[in-house]
Design a protein around this ligand. Structure first.
Ligand SMILES: CC(C)=CCC/C(C)=C/COP(=O)(O)OP(=O)(O)O
Ligand SMILES: C=C(C)CCOP(=O)(O)OP(=O)(O)O
Length: 298
């Protein structure tokens, strides 16, 4: 049974996110504080919410997917800490508060990111060990961990971030922009959905359709973020306003203009909705999510 709304899933994450923090000895206390600072600074929890909802959509119990959902948020938080570093976007605000390196320095912030990424895999492996006696349950979790590693990895989010960094010194193009969005943003969103579906036990048809949904949602999410950045309501996306957005980034808006970006967002939204048309009666959560994303940019 799927839950009614986004906030119910988000609450599960917010309540349990710190439960998975490892015990760190006193010598590395600044590391713990710095990891905790960014985990509890807010955030929409989109990726873990998608993971839990996808698990239930496939007929599973979201409680069984909680570890993986929290691991996903650890990875998301690591990526934002590193993205904000002086060597990358050099941002001062994130999730409405000073960025991690502004509080703890670039060294600890880098290590907090490393720590979160590593912890994500530590807790997924620990969870898998609980299912050692059931080949079926273990396989679901190995598949989930594999898609997460792949989506976050050097052929996914990291590849996208490399191109994003490099794009600042390259001739802008549609191909480059598409590559950045597919990898930097959509890859982790697709991974969240697929991981949830694996744990929930989805069949191949559902996996295929939901993957198309998630690819379009992922691209739509980045285009919407870029539209909101320009419109000055970055606050709504949990960021600071204005000053920290100082890099002239390659975005759909900067490359093609606002009107084209809005059209693209609409197309991606339609694609996402159409991908799950077969599940009309019980895909309301996923339909609403992508439709709300588009309407928030208006
Ligand atoms: C491996 C790493 C560090 C990946 C970072 C991935 C990512 C999605 C960064 C934020 O993108 P953005 O710069 O477009 O978003 P924002 O405007 O929130 O900074
Ligand atoms: C892909 C983008 C736009 C990076 C920020 O992601 P979110 O907007 O989901 O950030 P949080 O809610 O997790 O802070």
């Amino acid at each position: 049974m799927m839950r009614e709304n986004y906030d119910e899933y988000k609450q599960m994450i917010d309540e349990h996110l710190l439960d998975f923090m490892p015990n760190i000895n006193n010598m590395s206390n600044p590391l713990y504080e710095s990891m905790k600072y960014s985990l509890t600074a807010g955030g929409k929890r989109l990726r873990p919410v998608l993971l839990l909802a996808s698990c239930e959509f496939a007929g599973g119990d979201s409680k069984d997917a909680l570890t993986f959902a929290c691991a996903m948020e650890y990875i998301q938080t690591y990526s934002l800490i590193h993205d904000d570093l002086p060597a990358m976007d050099n941002d001062d605000f994130r999730r409405g508060v000073p960025t991690n390196h502004k509080i703890y320095g670039a060294g600890i912030a880098t290590l907090a990111g490393d720590g979160l990424l590593n912890t994500a895999f530590e807790i997924m492996y620990k969870n898998m060990l609980l299912y050692f006696d059931s080949q079926l349950e273990l396989k679901k979790r190995i598949n989930a961990a594999y898609v997460i590693a792949k989506g976050a990895g050097v052929g996914g989010m990291i590849a996208g971030q490399v191109s994003d960094v490099e794009s600042e010194s390259k001739e802008p193009s549609n191909e480059m922009l598409e590559y950045i969005h597919v990898n930097k943003t959509a890859a982790l969103i697709v991974a969240a959905v697929k991981a949830g579906l694996y744990i929930g036990g989805a069949d191949d048809a559902m996996m295929e359709k939901m993957t198309i949904y998630a690819e379009n949602l992922g691209l739509a999410y980045q285009v919407a973020d870029d539209i909101l950045d320009v419109r000055g309501n970055a606050e709504e996306m949990g960021k600071g306003t204005g000053e920290d957005e100082k890099n002239a980034k390659l975005t759909y808006v900067s490359l093609c203009g606002m009107e084209a970006a809005e059209k693209k967002l609409h197309e991606l939204t339609e694609n996402a909705v159409n991908a799950i048309a077969d599940y009309y009666d019980n895909a309301e959560f996923f339909r609403d999510l992508v439709l709300k994303l588009e309407s928030r940019t208006k």
